[in-house]
Design a protein. Sequence first.
Length: 381
Amino acid sequence: MKVFRFSGGRVAAASGVLDGAEIRVEQGRIASIGPLSDASGAVDLAGGWVLPGFIDTQVNGGGGVLFNDVPSVEGIAAIGAAHARFGTTGFLPTLISEDVDGIAAALDATDAAIDAGVPGVLGVHIEGPVLNPARNGIHDATKFRRLDRTLISLLTKPRSGRVLLTVAPERVDLADIRTLAKAGVIVSAGHTEATFEQAEAAFDAGVSGVTHLFNAMPPIYQRAPGIVGATLDDPRPWSGLIVDRVHVAAPVLRMALKLRPFDKLMLVTDAMPSVGSNHKSFNLHGRKIDVADGRCVYTDGTLAGSDLDMATAVSNCVADLGLTPDRVALLASTNPAAFLGLSNERGALAPGLRADWVVIDAELRPVQTQLAERAAELTTV
């Protein structure tokens, strides 16, 4: 058994915030967590925090690697290592709209990465190609297609991890949503023009998520609330938020916090290869994307994912939304774990769960990430 002691700061345990704590770990899981009774050998947090490891359900790339370009064990490992520097201990490599062969390669690579024990990979997010061309964003609309038997068969094949699929609900038969959900596929709505009624019907059929709420969907109107209105009105779906000070204005985010159940909101990065890399440009489907001032943009001004890491998203939530770090930990860890059906494994600092956590300093910068019993010092960026 390993014993980890922390003093001089706070620990966001599931049972409540502790001023210092002792965490006992056995075989990679938390055996117990409680107040600090013996400070000998304790890590001085110097006003910082210990939070449960972050879980990111939308990671297009990192460390100079784009998942679309490198759908392999090595590519997934490189992306995971880049995001672990910023406290992410669980993630879904995310495929931006591809053809069937590209989707099959991404699914198989994720299985292989999980089977090989690549740290942090929990499954895969297939974002598209069943999307609405009117809301394609940076996705290549020439790759869009209907959800046919071939694609359904591919997506419902038994897999080693979770499979998350983003679709435009108005372009999918409700019976097909039910088939996917029954087979264990997590279906999310995004890049969509769905009306309020279409969104509600999709939620009824088994759509349980909304991909980057407010982005790549129509704004809410007083007589046409659309999918944004449906998401704000309906307590059922989980919804991802990109809190990078680019994608969604802070007052809109604060409204979402007031209107939605807090336990159904979660942070996502929509991260691109620039995260954790010194290279601040990359190519996506033959288009050069430049990264400057925290924005990933194509030449026509279209946003192309983000240059955001989870630690920065957490810090932005504290600074812009008035949340305390332990509350943000619910958005960054606990809620996405629940969305993926993994609450019995991760997402909180509690006995029986994996010993995954991140240490952040008093300025909310990542200092150390631990995945189970593997800890590595991080360089602050």
